[in-house]
Design a protein around this ligand. Structure first.
Ligand SMILES: [Zn+2]
Length: 841
């Protein structure tokens, strides 16, 4: 932390008085910022980015100033209280950061709204500030804009008055600059009140129907009520607005009192939404509202403790939704999404730890790694919750909020609060997980009659083993196994005796609750196999997960993994199907499309899915189980991959029957129906029709289904046309470029053209999506699919020169390791894996 220059060290603003005049036609912003605060030296620096500063007044006296890079330098007459008045101009962009505008279609008319996105350091593009999370101030906001009848403006706080077209908002509580927000345009919304009188609202453009907002309003209201109870701390503001913007860079952003979302993460078609879509909207809302306390009320002192915000909100989204909708079994989503995301990424040497020093402020964006700070971080906190218990955790949080409300905190403050509620030095245990990258592989083996447990770091691909150790909660079904493994190796005791004393085979990391994987030696593995069907669902799914990773690390042969798949293929639980699906995706890496091995691979996939596809059918039955509803789309997709003729024909019939109203196809299976059509019945007219539907569609989930299907095309002409369309903002919104790109690069038939497109359009893309800081995802999506030496070399030659950009440095380095690991894995194991697939019966 010491290496980072922090401007708040010499100037702490107490209040910002912000005035903006924004014109969408001329794309101009005229601003006046009045900052009052305390200076401790006479040389004051403020952050700025692309602001054209006209004048600076210090205590109402015109003063000379200097703009150097991202700073405005001002000399004040004396230390102590000061009042700075800065007049400036800047431009209204449409790249989804700072104050930006976004276009959308409404009944054939193109309309424009304005919104904001300031995290982590884009507030300085809107106004001069000490733009650091550790500096909390109050904000008084006034905005005038090219207002037309029927338009509405929203901000963090309620509007107080409108005078001569200027909208004035109530003063905020002390908060960080990155949480300030406003938006205007043809918005409208619906509101309600929580039990404690907090106004809750959901807003969207008038292109959307009220009914699309009702699900979100209910979840938002109940989430706030849940958190008030869970945190034992009142919601700190008078209102909580949720706003869907037509173009938004992140999934959503927790601006205090005015949370902004992508439309897909807030609005739902009331008549046709799958459980998955509902879960996705609900968890995103619960995540952002968890932040209203964790992040907004108490904010990390500096970005190195970003995990205090994100890891926490990521865990709380599951805790909250599990309480609100217990029938959804939402923790399964954690196990199928977050856990593998973290385990896959965190196995590569060079990956960042959760708690990481930010050496260069321009590299801040690289911190927002969904696999690490979000997924792995939440897994850490789930581990804490498991160790402490929910009641102790809640009491600790109450203490934490009471101590740090409206102020800042560091990680140790949380551990101190939890230690005072639990009496456990949990911070010490967690330090091994937060400050070290990677995670351990626990090996369980029987040596000379003794049961031995040992730990070593788990890697996929090349690595330097620097002998890291963790404090590992073992959570075994054998009572003799200690609660924590802190040493490299321990002897548990005589295995034969232990086995007699216990009912079943040895299992470690029950509930899959801690961030490590387990390798069992042959004795223990055979025991598990013999009792496989007696194990609980979560344990079976975990075996699949761990074996998949061990296969990728070349630590177990495919001959162990493929039979496990076959043994579990009739299992009816969606958790197992998800885990099997991920194993199948790993096997696919070894198979080149169109080869004999590919035929055998597809035969295996068909074999694994056929009976369940027949049982589940195409449509849901009244009163069917949660598992059946969530399994159906996975199994149908597997059947399409497995070239199951009956399923291909049946899905085609659904398409034909709904040809005029594809949006009416049940959203549970709509995506696979469209994918099947593109793969097996696609031609130019289908492509044109789907793209026309894409342009017309209002429902973001329907649009996502179309894009996922179109991007799977094997037709090179269609692929070329899609790639050209990516640059047409009237058809494809900048926010959606990433998912289009991800789907296209993952399509073997489109890989070459898509990779060429990225290299040719790098500059354009980065300017369109908010700068190079936003390009990490594109690099990772690319690296996730590359598996040949040729691509590795191309990747290196294109990205090596970009390693000088601080925000891209680590991403490029780790992604290169990832591709290298995969290339060597495929080279070494292709034949073995293909043999195992050929042997499958
Ligand atoms: Zn978040």
């Amino acid at each position: 932390m010491a290496v980072v220059k922090q401007l708040a060290d010499v100037f702490q603003p107490e209040n910002y008085n912000l005035y903006f005049e924004i014109d969408r036609e001329t794309k101009t912003i005229v601003g006046r910022t009045i900052i009052t605060g305390e200076v401790s030296t006479t040389d004051v620096k403020l952050h700025q980015n692309k602001l054209h500063v006209k004048s600076v007044f210090v205590n109402d006296i015109a003063t000379l100033f200097l703009v150097v890079d991202d700073e405005i330098r001002i000399t004040v007459p004396a230390v102590g209280k000061v009042r700075l008045t800065i007049d400036y101009e800047t431009v209204l962009t449409d790249d989804m950061v700072g104050i930006y505008s976004a276009v959308y279609q409404d009944g054939g008319e193109t309309k424009r709204v304005v919104g904001t996105h300031f995290e982590p350091a884009f507030a300085r593009q809107a106004f001069p500030a000490i733009d650091e999370p550790g500096d909390k101030a109050t904000f008084e906001l006034a905005i005038k804009y090219d207002e037309r009848p029927g338009e509405m403006i929203l901000a963090n706080m309620p509007e107080q008055q409108v005078v001569a077209g200027v909208h004035y908002f109530a003063k905020t509580a002390p908060m960080a600059t990155y949480l300030l927000a406003f938006a205007f345009g043809e918005f409208y919304g619906i509101t309600t009140q929580t039990a404690t009188g907090v106004e809750v609202g959901v807003f969207a453009t008038t292109a959307h129907a009220t009914a699309e907002m009702t699900f979100a309003l209910d979840i938002a209201k109940r989430s706030i009520e849940f958190y008030e109870d869970y945190y034992q701390t009142a919601y700190p503001l008078p209102k909580s607005w949720q706003l869907a913007l037509p173009n938004f860079s992140a999934g959503a952003m927790e601006n205090w009192g005015l949370v902004m979302y992508r439309e897909a993460f807030l609005l739902l078609d009331p008549d046709n939404s799958s459980l998955t879509e509902k879960q996705s909207v609900a968890t995103v809302i619960a995540h952002e509202l968890a932040h209203q306390w964790f992040g907004d009320l108490v904010t990390m002192q500096w970005w190195d403790d970003l995990w205090l915000n994100e890891s926490f909100a990521n865990m709380m989204q599951y805790v909250a939704i599990d309480a609100l909708e217990p029938d959804w079994h939402i923790w399964q989503l954690f196990l199928t999404d977050d856990v593998p995301l973290a385990l896959n990424r965190d196995a590569i040497d060079g990956v960042q730890p959760i708690h990481v020093t930010v050496a260069d402020p321009t590299a801040l964006n690289a911190l927002f790694d969904d696999a690490i700070v979000y997924a792995k971080g939440s897994r850490m906190l789930v581990m804490v919750r498991m160790l402490l218990g929910d009641a102790v955790l809640r009491n600790g949080l109450k203490i934490y909020f009471a101590q740090h409300a409206y102020r800042n905190a560091i990680g140790d403050d949380l551990w101190a609060a939890l230690a005072s509620s639990s009496g456990i030095a949990i911070g010490e245990l967690m330090a091994t997980w937060l400050n070290q990258p990677g995670y351990p592989l626990v090996t369980a083996s029987v040596e000379a009659g003794d049961l031995i447990l040992s730990q070593q770091q788990f890697f996929i691909g090349d690595h330097n083993n620097d002998k890291r150790l963790w404090q590992i909660p073992l959570h075994s079904n054998y009572a003799a196994v200690p609660e924590l493994l802190t040493e490299q190796r321990i002897v548990v005791g005589d295995y034969a005796q232990l086995r007699r004393e216990n009912q079943g085979p040895l299992l470690v990391n029950m509930e899959n609750g801690a961030h490590f994987i387990v390798a069992y030696d042959t004795t223990l593995w055979d025991d598990i196999q013999q009792h496989l069907q007696t194990l609980r669902v979560v344990d079976k799914a975990q075996l699949l997960q761990d074996q998949r990773l061990l296969l990728a690390a070349q630590l177990v042969p495919a001959q162990r993994v493929v039979p496990l798949l076959l043994a579990l293929s009739d299992d009816k639980h969606s958790l197992i199907k998800h885990a099997m699906n991920q194993v199948v995706a790993t096997l696919r890496m070894f198979v080149a499309e169109g080869t004999v091995a590919d035929k055998r691979f597809r035969r295996l996939v068909n074999q694994l899915s056929a009976s369940e596809v027949t049982r589940l059918g195409l449509s849901s039955r009244d009163g069917e189980t949660f598992d059946d509803s969530t399994s159906r789309p996975i199994m149908l997709e597997a059947a399409v991959t497995g070239e199951n003729d009956a399923t291909i024909v049946a899905l085609h019939r659904v398409f034909v029957a709904n040809n005029k109203h594809l949006d009416n196809i049940s959203s549970d299976i709509r995506r696979v129906v469209l994918v099947n059509e593109v793969l097996n019945f696609g031609d130019t007219s289908l492509f044109d029709y789907l793209m026309a539907e894409y342009m017309k569609a209002r429902d973001a989930n329907y649009r996502a289904d179309i894009s996922a299907a179109v991007a799977r095309s094997r037709d090179l002409t269609a692929i070329a046309q899609v790639l050209r369309t990516l640059k047409n903002g009237a058809v494809i919104k900048p926010q959606d470029l990433r998912s289009w790109y991800g789907d296209l690069i993952a399509n073997e038939a489109a890989e070459q053209a898509t990779w060429d497109w990225l290299r040719e359009n790098w500059q354009w893309l980065s300017e369109t999506v908010g700068g190079e800081a936003k390009m990490n995802r594109y690099i990772r999506l690319t690296a996730q699919t590359f598996k040949t030496r040729k691509r590795l070399i191309e990747f290196q030659s294109f990205f090596e020169p970009k390693r000088v950009v601080p925000v891209l440095q680590r991403e490029i380095q780790v992604d290169e390791m990832m591709i290298k690991g995969r290339v060597s894995l495929v080279d070494t194991s292709r034949q073995l894996v293909n043999d195992a697939i050929a042997d499958a019966r």
